[in-house]
Each structure stands twice: as C-alpha cells, then as structure tokens.
Design a protein around this ligand. Structure first.
Ligand SMILES: O=C(O)c1ccccc1NCC(=O)[C@H](O)[C@H](O)COP(=O)(O)O
Length: 200
C-alpha cells in the first residue's frame, strides 16, 4: 500500500480537508517563502489536525534547538531535512529527539541515488531541485532502489497512479494539489481517489 503525504499545509481549511481525506502524513514547511508557516501557526494547525495523522516539519539547514522545540511541544512528530544536512545531524536528531528523520535528496543522476541510499535517515525522500518546485525528476533513475523511499516532485492527480506503480513507500505532493498557490480541495480529493486501488 502506498502512503501519502500532503505537504505545505498552511490554512485551517487545508487541515479540514486533510482530516476528511486522511493522508498518512501532513507536512508543515518551516523554510522558503511560499509555504512557510510560523511556529505559532503550525501549533494552531496541529491542534486542528486529526491526532492520528503525524505532522512532518520540513526544514532547510535549520538550527537543532528550533526543530527540538517543535518536537517537544508536540507540533511535529517527524523531521524532514531538505537542505545540505549531514548524517551527523541526522543521528543527533534521532538520538536526542527520538523522532524519525526523513532526509531529502535532489535527484539528477545515479550518483544522487547512490548518495541517498547511503543515508542513515529513517527514510529517504527523492525529489527534484530544492523542494516544492512542482517539477519531477527522471523516474527511470528509480530502477535500482532497494530501500523504502518517499517519491516527491511534480506529483499530480494525473500522474499519481503511474508513480504508485514504481512502488515507493510514500508519495509526497504539494504543488500538484494547489491552484493559484493554495491547496485545492478538489485536487486533493482526486489525488486520493486516483490512488484508491494502490492504498488497499
Ligand atoms: O514547499 C516548499 O516551499 C519547500 C521549500 C523548501 C524546502 C522544501 C519545500 N517543500 C517540500 C515539499 O513540499 C515536498 O517534500 C516536496 O518537495 C513537494 O514537491 P512538489 O509536489 O513538487 O511541490
């Protein structure tokens, strides 16, 4: 069964729609500009989110104390590192905070895949560019993968089934379920219904 992460949730209605559609993970982005949420907004959204949906905090080369404070307050249950973070930080987060760590890698060639496979993170996330770009990388690079991975970058309701056939652990979508820069309930619904047969 392929899992789904809806990333970049930032409004109360995004949370209401996630609660209806029940993805396996909900992502709050603490980086960039377009989808960035403050710690206070993320805390308020977490309170509204179905308690059974784990929230993933997405960070780019952030400070450990910032990530730790969000974990300790119960705002996030997993950490996603989307910058140049090294294995040493991944290990520190795992041991000091006791939460699963997802490490994102930008994939352009087989060497990038090899680097990702060597990561000590609990999960690897294979993406295009810096994250949240709405663009896909070349999925033919995924042939040799022998560990569970989140597939991200340019996923949409139209290509979700094709992506699920690659048998990733999870599909991570943000831009493809948006219209005019905000989450779109119809696209979120279509993404989930399209995947119905792959989620049983
Ligand atoms: O979404 C952002 O603005 C963002 C900024 C900086 C780092 C990561 C970011 N997003 C991560 C994600 O939303 C997902 O992990 C993934 O990249 C989604 O990509 P896409 O569906 O192509 O928007």
């Amino acid at each position: 069964m392929v899992k789904v992460k809806f990333c970049g949730l930032k409004r109360p209605c995004d949370i209401a729609w996630a609660n209806e559609l029940h993805p396996d993970y909900a992502g709050f982005v603490f980086a960039g500009t377009k989808r960035r949420v403050s710690d206070e907004t993320a805390a308020a959204l977490r309170r509204e989110l179905d308690p059974s949906i784990p929230a993933v905090g997405v960070f780019v080369d952030d400070e450990l104390p910032h990530m730790a404070s969000l974990v300790k307050k119960g705002v996030i249950q997993l950490i996603q590192l989307h910058g140049q973070e090294e294995d040493a930080l991944v290990q520190q987060l795992q041991t000091e905070l006791g939460v699963p760590v997802i490490k994102a890698f930008s994939i352009a060639n087989q060497d990038d895949i090899k680097r990702a496979l060597e990561s000590r993170a609990d999960y690897i996330l294979l993406d295009q560019g810096k994250g949240g770009t709405g663009k896909a990388f070349d999925w033919s690079l995924l042939k040799e993968i022998d560990r569970p991975y989140f597939l991200a970058g340019g996923l949409t309701p139209q290509n979700a089934a094709q992506a699920a056939k690659l048998r990733p652990y999870a599909l991570d979508v943000s831009s493809g379920i948006e219209t005019d820069g905000v989450k779109d309930r119809d696209k979120m619904t279509l993404f989930m219904t399209t995947l119905g047969v792959y989620r049983r």
